[in-house]
Design a protein around this ligand. Sequence first.
Ligand code: GSH
Length: 254
Amino acid sequence: MEYLTVEQAKKRQGLRLILTRGIPNPWCEAAKAVFSLRNVDYVAVEQKPAQDNLDLVEWTRHRNAPVALFDTEAPRVRYMEIVDLAERLGTGPSLVPQDRDARIFMIGLINEIAGECGMLWNARLLMLDAGIKARGPKIAEKDPMYADYGYDSEKVKKVKHWLDGFLSYLAKHLSQQKKNGSPYLIGSEFTAADVYWAYFSNVLETLPPEQNPMPNGVRKAWATLATSVSAYDPILIEHRDKMFKNHLILPLSF
Ligand SMILES: N[C@@H](CCC(=O)N[C@@H](CS)C(=O)NCC(=O)O)C(=O)O
């Protein structure tokens, strides 16, 4: 994947997507897929994981990724801001259901997966905790992710319970959808929720190296999630695999 530097990107118009380089950051992978599925062209701009990224902060007020910058509009960072932009700029089948109940459920579900305090937010607390156990507490002073993502050893104690509850909720929902004859998370349509689950479940069960050539160290850190939660229903991963087979592109490229 080709990345522009911040200086190069500042001189461009159109959609510039700031993305974590070298890691399949699930928020970034889902954002890339949402724009591609809606046929929206973008150029990628480099964010360096776990670093200060002062040039990005100066430009966008954000240190992490993704950040979507379209022409002179304000930076967009949250999943729904990104989905809304793709809906507005794009063409082809929508990723947002027309039905109001379905839409409300889709947004709530993505929030449980990708929102602040959602699945990966909680899983990340576990990974940051594992980092402290392996490398000592000084790591929290050097790595800005500890402060940015609210690391607190007290919160870590509650995370497993939250994650077990969410994974069993999602598995039950998928089984019900299957019984109703739908291969998707929301109603009978492929939506942004399927896209977000496909990439975020990559942290629960990482795609193999030939489909996902990520650094081994990060692969190991991500394994913290699966080893911390109770046994989960394989339907969660079957759903992910089906979405990749029918709608999404492999191998991942980041
Ligand atoms: N902007 C997203 C969150 C994005 C996010 O959490 N990105 C993390 C993924 S671990 C990231 O960029 N990590 C690398 C870093 O913090 O340097 C949102 O607010 O919904």
